[in-house]
Design a protein around this ligand. Structure first.
Ligand code: C2E
Ligand code: MG
Ligand code: MG
Length: 696
């Protein structure tokens, strides 16, 4: 029988057809003797699959194709016939030692005149392996999905939107046990409102071809509101037909959003006062200015606390902060809904008001000044401050927000110029004035380059011996067209723009150079601006001026005003001390006109007090001025400082000051500021000529 495995023993009564079917059947098969367990006949497929040769089969029992640990089960099954007529799972051993996972199907047959068992084998090795792979992959995917930090869910929309996937993260976002959600639809989990929202989203996702995202605040089961960001997408059924499933990926973005909100708030608000900041203000004023009309005008008020820096320096930063917060609170209490109060930085505030009637803005500004004039409580101490306010209106003064801001700024500048503690409306003249200042700055820069400055010298007379004590150097600008310009017309602008620093340097060198050539007993007084004290280079400039010219430091007198103490004391004081240490004398100029207290007299030992000329004029008739003059003499002797009276214009004034015991005098009566040549001619003659000319 070709192709047929040599029958170990011929099969009982089977005809040729059956034998051929048995031999060539693709399923491995054999017949064995249940008593001896020997193979009786084995087909080709079995030979091929197991790799044993027919000769080997002839010597083997069915136990031989089983691994040791399966043999006992096999014996039991054969004896009890339990594996008959049904598929049984076994592990078989191939000739090469490999294991086969098989299903066997046993059946009692008669073979060669005895009872035998036909075993039909189905090789499951590959199928099982493939199956295992699928299961492994699936459980890997499941565990990935469950461990994703984002919520992933799938709903079967053909089954009432029931969840077929709902990972752990989803559970913690909505506050449900993920396992309880599977098989449920939204209705069973969320309230009607939330369910309706989800339904609507699902419907949108089904309509859209691509992924769409949603963000909404939802309430967790425990009532906690969470901001949920979900992307949804319809997925087709497994056969690729119409969409059936809804895939959703959800994230709890509550924290993220609250950080964003906080950052956005911080970017737009001032940390100290909580008021809107400059960035906020800029956007606001742009919008408001654009909408302003003759019927609905707006007012922009810039408000600045006068001498805030002084409070900050003298009372400390905590007090400064407290003051700003209280100012902020008072401003906020004054405005109505729709108005804005912003802090632009430092002690600068802005108010944007929507106006209803003309003229009410004046009343508002008055009220503002009065509310701010009430004392502030700075750590238990009552402090009075004043404020300056600049006002510009839209569309009246400007339609554009940039121009409006510039105009309010000019008005504020004017309010400060006019003595502070007041408000000013923008006027066209202010713009012209600003342009003039700008022009002046340009010209001043040029003047410095072209050497257009000159020093005039005003004599200082000592009253004890009627001798010439020295001169005060006073700057003049010889303008090519406008002639000689007095310092008051350009020094303030030079101070504003910082040009005073190079100009001051020049004055210092020029004055020292001139005085160095004079007799040794004559002093030279030089005025320094407060701005020059803000520059660390001041000390070096003074030292190099002295070095260059060879002037002895004792002959140099530096005049400063009280404003030095209103500015940065911490910076000014050490500088003043260092200058004094060099041997330079320090005089306080325009004494009595400042805003500061007398405390600076204690803080620094001035060498000279120059009483302002406003106290000298009228001294003859005004008993108040005389009292001040006397007090200054007292202060001078108390602090061991020389006293000088400025602005002596009459013989009578001179006599009074002499009587009161002033040490020095200066004034038109004794000599106007004069060019260098005239001053030097005077030195030759001596002070007696001045006094003689003055009628003494
Ligand atoms: P100051 O330092 O108080 O100078 C005295 C001013 O009073 C001078 O005005 C002087 O001409 C004027 N004066 C003197 N005696 C009399 C008088 O009897 N009657 C009247 N009515 N005035 C008198 P000037 O030269 O116009 O200077 C004005 C101010 O400009 C100075 O006041 C000083 O503060 C400032 N200044 C002048 N030169 C300089 C400078 O080089 N640097 C700085 N930073 N400031 C300067
Ligand atoms: Mg002076
Ligand atoms: Mg003066």
């Amino acid at each position: 029988m070709t192709g047929f495995l040599t029958a170990l023993v011929p099969l009982d009564a089977p005809n040729d057809d059956f034998q051929s079917l048995f031999a060539t059947h693709p399923s491995p098969m054999w017949v064995y003797d249940p008593d001896t367990l020997r193979f009786l006949i084995v087909n080709n497929a079995a030979v091929d699959l197991y790799g044993y040769s027919p000769q080997q089969y002839a010597r083997m029992t069915v136990l031989d194709i089983r691994p040791a640990q399966e043999r006992r089960r096999m014996l039991n099954a054969v004896y009890a016939r339990t594996d008959m007529e049904k598929a049984e799972r076994w592990t078989h051993l191939k000739a090469n030692g490999e294991m086969l996972e098989v299903l066997t199907y046993g059946r009692a047959v008669r073979f060669d005149g005895r009872d035998a068992i036909l075993a039909i084998v189905q090789d499951r090795t590959e199928v099982n392996a493939a199956h295992r792979e699928v299961t492994d992959t699936r459980s890997l995917l499941d565990s990935i999905v469950d461990n994703l930090p984002v919520g992933v869910f799938v709903k079967d929309m053909e089954a009432d939107g029931r969840y077929i996937l709902f990972n752990e993260a989803c559970g913690s976002i909505v506050g449900f046990n993920a396992a309880d959600v599977i098989g449920q639809s939204d209705r069973a989990i969320f309230d009607d409102k939330q369910t309706a929202i989800f339904r609507e989203q699902d419907a949108q996702a089904f309509e859209a071809v691509s992924t769409i995202s949603f963000e909404e605040t939802m309430r967790r089961v425990d009532g906690l509101p969470r901001i949920l960001r979900t992307v949804k997408r319809a997925l087709p059924a497994p056969d690729g037909s119409a969409p059936r499933y809804l895939l959703g990926i959800s994230q709890d973005v509550t924290e993220e959003r609250s950080v964003e909100t906080r950052l956005a708030y911080m970017a737009m608000h001032d940390a100290l006062t909580g008021l809107p900041n400059r960035a906020y203000f800029s956007e606001h004023i742009q919008r408001e200015a654009a909408h302003a009309s003759a019927e609905n005008p707006i007012a922009l008020l810039y408000l600045d606390v006068d001498h805030f820096k002084h409070i900050n320096d003298s009372k400390g930063h905590a007090a400064g902060d407290a003051l700003l917060c209280q100012v902020a609170a008072r401003l906020t209490a004054l405005v109505r809904d729709g108005d804005l109060v912003a802090r632009l930085g430092g002690d600068e505030f802005a108010l944007v008001l929507r106006l209803t009637e003309d003229g009410c803005i004046e009343r508002f500004a008055e009220r503002l000044l009065s509310v701010l004039s009430k004392p502030f409580d700075l750590d238990g101490v009552n402090e009075h401050v004043t404020c300056s306010i600049g006002i510009a209106m839209a569309p009246g003064h400007a339609a554009d927000d940039d121009v409006l801001m510039r105009h309010a700024d000019l008005a504020l500048y004017a309010a400060k110029e006019s003595g502070r503690s007041t408000y000013r409306f923008y006027e066209a003249e202010m713009r012209r004035e600003a342009e003039r200042r700008h022009m002046l700055t340009v010209e001043l820069r040029e003047a410095l380059q072209k050497n257009q400055f000159e020093l005039y010298y005003q004599p200082i007379v000592q009253l004890d011996d009627d001798g010439l004590g020295g001169f005060e150097a006073l700057i003049r600008w010889r303008h090519p067209e406008r002639g000689l310009i007095p310092p008051m017309d350009f020094i303030p602008v030079a101070e504003e723009t910082g040009l005073i620093v190079p100009i001051g340097d020049w004055v210092l060198r020029e004055a020292c150079r001139t005085a160095a050539a004079w007799p040794q007993h004559l002093k030279i007084a030089v005025n320094l601006s407060v701005c020059q004290f803000r520059h660390n280079s001041l000390l070096a400039t003074v030292v190099s001026a002295l070095d260059e010219t060879g002037l002895r430091p004792e002959r140099l007198e530096i005049e400063i005003t009280e404003s030095v103490f209103l500015a940065d004391v911490e910076q000014s004081l050490p500088l003043l001390r260092a200058l004094k240490e060099l041997g330079i004398r320090i005089a306080i100029d325009d004494f009595g006109t400042g805003y500061s207290s007398f405390s600076y007299l204690r803080a620094f030992a001035f060498d000279k007090i120059k009483l302002d000329r406003s106290f000298v004029s009228g001294i003859e008739s005004d008993p108040g001025n005389l009292a001040i003059v006397r007090a200054v003499v007292g202060i001078g002797s108390g602090f061991n400082a020389t006293t000088l009276a400025e602005g002596i214009e009459t013989e009578e004034q001179l006599q009074k000051l002499r009587d009161e015991g002033f040490s020095e005098v200066q004034g038109f009566l004794l000599g106007k500021p004069m060019p260098r040549a005239e001053a030097e001619a005077l030195i030759g003659v001596g002070a007696s000529s001045l006094l003689a000319a003055a009628g003494r």
